[in-house]
Design a protein around this ligand. Structure first.
Ligand code: ZN
Length: 392
C-alpha cells in the first residue's frame, strides 16, 4: 500500500515548505516537492491547511502506572493506548519509577509488547529509582545486551528523598554497565536520571564522570524544570555538553511553587544558546505527581498526562516564541538521537512512517500515523487496547 500525502507544510523537524511525502508500508519512501509514481496504486491524502511533522518520541512514560508514595491506594493506573496515540506519541519509553516492588520489569515488558502490537513503538528502561538496579538478568549489562526492548537504565533517582542516595561511585559503575551493554547491543545505553529537589542538584552526575572516560552524555537527566535551582544547574550541565529533559506533566500547585513550565524552560534554554539537540521534553505520563511540603510530608497526588507532551511544545510556539521547528525537534529528533533510535524522530526517506498532521490554524493534532498505519483520524482514535472503551 502506497500513500501520497500532498499540500502539507512539512517540518522534518526542519521547515521544508510544502512537500509531498510518500509512505510505502511502514517507511517513508519519498519526500520532495513533486513525486511521480507509475505502475502502482496510490492512495491520495490531500492535507492542505495542515502541517506534517514526525511522530512524537516520549522518553519517559509510566506505561504501567507509577506512584504509591501515599500507600497502596495512591498507585496510578496504566496508560491507555488510545491516549498515547491521540497525543501524537508514536515512540515511547516505559519506566518503573519509585516502586520496583509491586511494579515489575516483566509487567513493563508485557505492556510494551502490547503497545508495539497495537501499532506504536515502545521501549523500556531496566532498573528503577534505586541502585543497585533491579534487573531481569544478572545485571544491567546483560539486560541491555539480551533483551531487545531495554535501551537504557532508569529513571535512577538522585537529589531526592525517594532515591537510594547513590554515591558517585555507584553512578559511575551503573553508567559503565549501561555504556558497555549499550555498545554490545548497538543501543544508546543511556542512564535516565530522575532529578529531585535536593540541594546536591546535578552535582552527583558531574562527580560521576570526573576522573573517568565517561561523558556527561551517558546520563539523561529529567525533571530539570522542577524549580529554578535545578533549571540553573541544568543549563550548566547542558553548557558542559550534556542533554537535559524537561517534564511536561505538571500541576497548578507545582507551577505556583517554583516549577518552570516545560514550554518556558525550552524557550529560556534556547535563549541561553543551548543547542536544540541537547534539549528534550518528556511527558512523565501516568506518573503520580506527589505534592510534598518542605518536611517531605505528602500533601496530595495528581496524575501525569501523555497529552501534555505535544501541548507543551504547542505552548512553547504560541506563548514563548519558540520556532515550530525547535518545538517539534524537542519531542522528536532530539530525543530520538539521545535514545539512539536511528529510524525515528525525523521525516526523511527510509525513516519510519511515524507522522502527525497538525491543523495550521490552531496547531491542534488532526491525524496520527504509526509505522504507516492510521492511529488517529480527524482527532478520533481508531485503535484501542482490547479492554479500553472506545467512545460510542
Ligand atoms: Zn521521575
Amino acid at each position: 500500500m502506497i500513500t501520497r500525502i500532498s499540500q502539507a507544510e512539512v517540518y522534518s523537524p526542519a521547515a521544508l515548505g510544502v512537500q509531498q511525502l510518500l509512505v510505502a508500508g511502514n517507511r517513508i519512501a519519498g519526500l520532495a516537492q513533486q513525486l511521480d509514481i507509475q505502475g502502482a496504486e496510490v492512495f491520495e491524502l490531500e492535507a492542505s491547511g495542515c502541517l506534517l511533522v514526525p511522530g512524537f518520541v516520549d522518553s519517559l512514560a509510566h506505561i504501567i502506572g507509577g506512584g504509591g508514595e501515599g500507600g497502596f491506594t495512591t498507585r496510578t493506573s496504566e496508560m491507555q493506548f488510545a491516549d498515547a496515540a491521540r497525543a501524537g506519541v508514536t515512540t515511547l519509553v516505559g519506566v518503573l519509577g519509585t516502586d520496583a516492588v509491586t511494579r515489575t520489569l516483566t509487567n513493563l515488558l508485557a505492556k510494551a509488547s502490547a503497545f508495539n502490537e497495537l501499532g506504536v513503538t515502545c521501549y523500556c528502561y531496566t532498573g528503577s529509582y534505586q541502585i543497585p538496579a533491579r534487573t531481569l538478568m544478572a545485571d544491567v549489562m546483560e539486560d541491555l545486551v539480551l533483551i531487545d526492548k531495554f535501551i537504557g537504565v532508569g529513571e535512577v533517582a538522585i537529589a531526592d528523598h525517594r532515591s537510594s542516595q547513590p554515591t558517585a561511585d555507584e553512578l559511575k559503575k551503573l553508567a559503565s554497565q549501561a555504556r558497555v551493554g549499550g555498545m554490545l547491543a548497538g543501543k544508546a545505553g543511556i542512564v535516565s536520571v530522575h532529578v529531585g529537589s535536593g540541594a546536591s542538584l546535578l552535582d552527583p552526575l558531574h562527580q560521576a564522570v570526573n576522573g573517568t572516560e565517561l561523558s556527561l552524555r551517558q546520563f539523561y537527566p529529567t525533571h530539570i524544570n522542577r524549580n529554578q535551582d535545578v533549571f540553573a544547574a541544568g543549563i550548566r550541565f547542558a553548557k558542559a555538553g550534556g542533554v537535559i529533559d524537561f517534564t511536561t506533566s505538571t500541576t497548578a500547585y507545582d507551577l505556583k511553587h517554583g516549577e518552570v513550565a516545560a514550554a518556558q524552560a525550552l524557550a529560556l534554554a534556547l535563549e541561553q544558546q543551548i543547542p536544540i539537540a541537547n534539549l528534550t521534553l518528556s511527558s512523565d505520563g501516568n506518573a503520580s505527581l506527589p505534592l510534598f511540603n518542605p518536611q517531605g510530608e505528602l500533601l496530595g497526588l495528581e496524575v501525569g498526562k501523555v497529552s501534555s507532551l505535544y501541548q507543551s511544545a504547542r505552548t512553547a510556539v504560541l506563548d514563548y516564541q519558540v520556532s515550530l521547528s525547535n518545538a517539534i525537534a524537542a519531542i522528536s529528533a532530539s530525543p530520538a538521537a539521545v535514545l539512539g533510535l536511528k529510524h525515528k524522530g525525523e521525516l526523511a526517506v527510509g525513516k519510519a512512517a511515524d507522522l502527525v498532521l497538525i491543523h495550521k490554524d490552531d496547531l491542534q493534532i488532526h491525524s496520527v500515523y504509526a509505522k504507516g498505519r492510521t492511529m488517529v483520524q480527524q482527532q478520533k482514535a481508531l485503535v484501542f487496547g482490547t479492554f479500553e472503551n472506545p467512545p460510542r
